[in-house]
Design a protein around this ligand. Structure first.
Ligand code: GLY
Ligand code: GLY
Length: 388
């Protein structure tokens, strides 16, 4: 098999990608103007229409699929889809949260990277401004959820937000206005200090006092308990800090990504695909979160790309990614089966809340494809592409 930037291939990633393209082609007709969110238990996706944080992953899949083989049907569907993100922004529809980076990096910003479309660029810049409205200067943080001064969520950060910071970094690069990246850096530093623990594990969320800004305590939203390590949060941290390093080139971010990746690798079950929380007592019935493993795979490839070519840790991370991806292809992948709308089985959205505890989740499919394409040809997805 051919060589790529990660050494000798151990699997025909092309063949896997081709089978995802079959599924996506069928999905374009099935989904029409709606967006897949999480599975509904029978091989299909629940469809939403700009009411959630997840709509960006579908155009992200379409852009990756288009760039892979240049089949125009993916491009047409992607462009159509991005227009609806412009309308969402113009109408300020369900944007009062921090997930604006998840929504707009893979839709408008991806279109800018692929097509150099000025409207898409302006949409992405407006999205960065919308995300800046979550910045709380008195607390020096980006508030994840809820209105300003909200007693429960007003002083709360979450680790997922690291994935929203690249949009801010890109906005600084585009406009020359340092304020976006300054906010991203302060938020990343706060996340590093309070969300990442000494052993490389992580809190999902952290509370700060609304008046004084003092740290109060760590907690969780979707994890097993307040002090546990929610697997997807850990994965957002691995990739998010690696991306912060890509932009800022500050060694503490790469170090954080590496420590979190080591913790992740050291606590994997035998099949190299994580349970939904690292602290949950595991049995044969414990749900996995394949989406966390797909996100972590992308994060570890990002770390590998940032390390010098002769650094022995590159091989550690690349091998961990391959073991996990091979396991997912062999044990979790739907393999182009025409009756199934997702790529990756056994993701979990919110296990304690009983919401899609063991099903497709659209972000799992997106990151699975991003990792496959990266393994195949080294292209890194759309989170942050330097234009400097
Ligand atoms: N779990 C909801 C969110 O992160 O936006
Ligand atoms: N960002 C929400 C989640 O990961 O579920």
């Amino acid at each position: 098999m051919k060589q790529n930037g990660y050494g000798e291939d151990i699997m025909d990633w092309n063949a896997v990608i081709e089978r995802t393209l079959h599924t996506t082609k069928a999905n374009i007709a099935r989904f029409e103007h709606r967006f897949p969110h999480v599975g509904n238990g029978d091989g299909k996706y629940q469809l939403v229409n700009h009411t959630d944080w997840t709509e960006g992953f579908w155009p992200g899949i379409l852009w990756l699929s288009y760039e892979y083989g240049k089949d125009p049907c993916f491009r047409e569907a992607a462009i159509r889809s991005v227009r609806s993100f412009q309308e969402r922004l113009a109408q300020n529809q369900k944007l009062e949260h921090h997930d604006i980076g998840f929504l707009y990096s893979l839709s408008a910003l991806a279109e800018w990277f692929v097509e150099r479309d000025e409207t898409a660029k302006n949409t992405a810049l407006q999205a960065a401004d919308a995300l800046m409205r979550r910045w709380r200067p008195s607390l020096q943080l980006i508030q994840a959820w809820g209105p300003e001064h909200d007693p429960q969520n007003g002083g709360r950060i979450i680790i997922d937000c690291l994935m929203n910071l690249p949009l801010l970094c890109w906005a600084t690069e585009q406009t020359g206005n340092a304020v976006y990246a300054d906010v991203a850096r302060i938020h990343a530093d706060k996340s590093l200090k309070f969300l990442v623990r000494g052993d490389g594990s992580s809190y999902h969320t952290f509370y700060f006092d609304l008046e004084s800004g003092d740290s109060v305590r760590g907690g969780t939203h979707q994890g097993y308990r307040d002090g546990s390590t929610w697997s997807r949060g850990q994965a957002w941290g691995i990739y998010g800090f690696a991306l912060a390093y890509r932009y800022f080139q500050e060694p503490q971010y790469l170090d954080a990504a590496i420590r979190m990746a080591r913790y992740y690798i050291d606590h994997l079950p035998d099949d190299h695909v994580v349970y939904w929380d690292f602290d949950v007592p595991a049995s044969a019935l414990t749900p996995r979160d394949s989406s966390a493993s797909a996100i972590a795979a992308c994060g570890m490839l990002e770390i590998a790309d940032q390390l010098p070519g002769d650094d022995p840790r590159r091989e550690l991370f690349i091998n961990a990614v391959r073991r996990s991806m091979v396991s997912m292809v062999n044990g979790y992948f739907t393999d182009g089966n025409p009756d199934e709308e997702g790529f990756l089985r056994h993701g979990s959205y919110f296990v304690r809340g009983g919401i899609a505890p063991d099903d497709f989740v659209i972000w799992g499919d997106y990151f699975f494809l991003e990792a496959l394409i990266r393994l195949n040809n080294g292209r890194p997805g759309y989170w942050y592409v330097s234009e400097r």
